[in-house]
Write a protein that binds this ligand. Structure first.
Ligand SMILES: [Zn+2]
Ligand SMILES: [Zn+2]
Length: 196
């Protein structure tokens, strides 16, 4: 039996990692290119007009209690990373780091009674990519933020929920928030890596 380290080494010989942006060898996204991603140091309301409030008077009624958008999708490095994540599972790491940096900039490090709930990925999508894209990131967030990962809406009763997705999709997020509220979740917040 090969150990994971040996296997990783052999794989790296066969498939050397290069930065998807600058082609430098060593990792799929090098530190320099990662540092080019502009991460939001603020949080916006649902309609996007006001900073650092969850809902402004102009926000439409919603089952969501708020939304965390870690970064703007309209930037080259981030877009490329998100697109490449369809086939490179390891990019879950820098994408998780985008979210963690956003929380760091907001000085948000306390998540009482929170759970992280990854947007369910349909089987076809999972088969195509070979892994569950939202769950991979949710697993890391669960570990770093020290909050449980839940995949069944029943488990979110009386909990505050961070619904995790990669790119914000208003209708998908709203539908999930509605389902979670029907299952008696307390507060439901959207959390996405990026938004258009
Ligand atoms: Zn690079
Ligand atoms: Zn608003």
């Amino acid at each position: 039996m090969l150990t994971k380290q040996v296997l990783d080494y052999l794989l790296s010989l066969l498939f050397p990692k290069t930065c998807l942006v600058c082609q430098r060898k060593g990792s799929h996204l090098c530190e320099d290119c990662f540092s080019l991603i502009e991460i939001n140091p603020f949080q916006r309301c649902l309609c996007g007009k006001s900073k650092n409030v969850f809902k402004c008077p102009e926000c439409s009624p919603s089952f969501l209690d708020g939304l965390f958008v870690s970064a703007d999708l309209n930037q080259k490095v981030l877009k490329k990373t998100i697109n490449s994540y369809n086939s490179l599972k390891e990019l879950s790491m820098p994408l998780t780091l985008v979210i963690l940096t956003h929380f760091f900039l907001l000085q948000k490090d306390y998540f009482p009674d929170f759970v992280v709930f990854p947007r369910p990925v349909d089987k076809k999508e999972e088969k195509r990519t070979g892994f569950n894209k939202t769950k991979e990131i949710a697993k890391m967030l669960s570990e770093k933020l020290k909050i449980p990962l839940m995949e069944n809406p029943d488990q979110t009763k009386d909990k505050n929920v961070l619904v995790l997705d990669i790119v914000y999709d208003a209708s998908a997020m709203e539908k999930l928030a509605e389902t979670l509220k029907q299952n008696r979740a307390k507060e439901v917040f959207g959390l996405v890596v990026a938004k258009h």
